[in-house]
Design a protein around this ligand. Sequence first.
Ligand SMILES: *Cc1c(COP(=O)(O)O)cnc(C)c1O
Length: 704
Amino acid sequence: MRAHEIRNNTFPNIPERICRLGELAENLWWCWNPHARMLFKMLDRQAWKDSGHNPDRMLKALPDESLIWASRDQNYLRHYDLVMSHFDSEAYSGDYVGGPIAYFSAEYGLHHSLPFYAGGLGFLAGDHLKECSDMGVPVVAVGFMYPSGFMQQTVDNNGWQQTQTQTVDRESASINQVYDENDNQIVIEVPHIHPRLKAALWKVSVGRVSLFLMDTEIEDNPPWIRDIAKQLYTSDLEQRLLQEIILGIGGHAVLREMEVAPSLLHLNEGHPAFALLEALRCQMEQGVSFEQAKERLRGSSLLTTHTPVPAGHDVFPADMVEKYFGPYREALGLDRETFMELGRHPEHPEEGFNMTVLGLKLSGRCNAVSKRHGEVTREMWQPLWPERKQEEVPVGHITNGVHLPTWLEPKMRMLFNRYFGDGWIREQDNPAIWEFVEEIPDQKLWRTHYWLKVKLLNFIRQHARQEWILRRSTELLPAMGTMLDPSVLTIGFARRFATYKRADLVFHDLDRLKRLVNDSWRPIQIVFAGKAHPADDEGKRLLQRVVHMAKDPELSGRIAFVENYDEQLAQYLVHGVDLWLNTPKPPMEASGTSGMKAAINGVPSLSIPDGWWLEGSTPTNGWTIDSGPGEEQDRDEQDAAELYRLLEEDIIPAYYTTSETGVPHDWVRIMKQSIKTVAPHFSARRMIKDYLGFAYGTYSQGGN
Ligand SMILES: *Cc1c(COP(=O)(O)O)cnc(C)c1O
């Protein structure tokens, strides 16, 4: 890869002895390494918090005295030297043979200070890059910058979602402009597309992995092009098409500019599928025929699909595609009909150009994201292979996993360190390691968990306090969770407010729920969080219903809605609640990952049998809401009834049966089962190993 310059005069205020703090702040490796985070926190706890855990912003704001103190403090320097030696061995890439994997995704969930994500797809991409860095799998990633596209959520007194856009401060985040030899920020142009589209380059270092983001909000573009980055997953189809043109075709221009010759293209969902066309065009430029180029691409491309319903895939009207692709398809030597055929669904040709169809037709391999989702996907796309039986449709599956060092809470990790032995993290996908969970005394695990629950409730109260100060209205205070009680069984439900996730299932029989919530001895409380897409009024109504419940005095302040679900709130929730609730309408949850994040921290799931839970559940690591076969229209009714029954008969008794010292041993047994059965099999380590076997080939550098 081309050596690109990143200016290193960003932090002139840092003393020489600790000057590499600036380098550390500019590589997200810090965000999944507790010792590195500690290095920033030790400088000034308050400033660390005030910066929103953003070391770039913090270092720029810190008074010189703090830095001078650190550069002379022996204790600080010992930590500094150790972290830097780990940084050198874990965040710089060694040599490898062959080209890297080029990973394309419309969103990346890496840390809350880089808000270029909407949800699960983004966190999967983020965890993918972090794990590839840890394992030394060579990856170069490309994506899109949404400078003002990050949506902040509040709800008004009536429970209606309000969204504010917050402009990302490009200057103070772990993100850097990429410069050419003449000190100009590199700008790429999307080839053969009219009108001309340009994007400036930014780089995010994710350990050893480089992620390049394209920024269209630049002078070189006319105003209407600058606007296309306003929103992630905009509902304006034309803007969305332009975003995807830039992501896929511009993404290749980025790789060329950086002198990256990938050995494999990996597309995360259909959004970047134009990248496949551009791979063909580049080969044809070298004199290869279209058919030959297609054949070669088969050996060097992979599509990961995430959406189990036809309506979830991007389809663009044929005229709109022709408007932009006229010159491009001529460069490919294709007439309009042949070109459109590449994105045409055989059963719905009138719909237009379908990005997933394009991806499936051109990529060599395709995988779904759980076993069940594999079945659903093969059924859904069988029309593309009419001569094959459903089980022979060439779509495999690799079940999602989560990046352990990111989602395992540091206190919990310290507890594991003590009982698992040194270096267990290197063997994190070995089930035998996790058997050592049994050696952790129940009381220790319970105390750690309880401490995390208290931390969550403090965080929720602090948010409510700030909102009260800001809004001068007390109306929403009870609904925001100010009356939550750490001694009460706490259920968490945090996900996008899409109707299929059925956030309101638990309110189906209100009287029954009120009895559970208001039980004097063994009550329950529920914390909700999540955003609705700004254009999804049905999702907003669902959210409003939850807020109305949270405001209802008859539910005693034991239902809470916490605003602005993001990576940080997700961390608090998956660490701190007692039980993770998941109630999608099957088979709509392709995989789901939040339940995995919870489980590795000892938070078991109460879930509908769908997505990953079909593979992850055992008779003793959580609870499955299995109401059996029934009429579709009664589904909510039956699922809700089973949900209440499990709470009443199994879950509440297990939670509230404690020993004299206050430890619920039955519950802790389930916590331990949840940790040890989920962590090894649903880690990103296991997932990346599966990708290596499925499509990536056998890259290996040893890793850590
Ligand atoms: C993990 C995560 C998601 C995805 O979780 P699902 O279980 O797929 O709904 C979404 N948003 C945030 C902030 C997350 O951390």
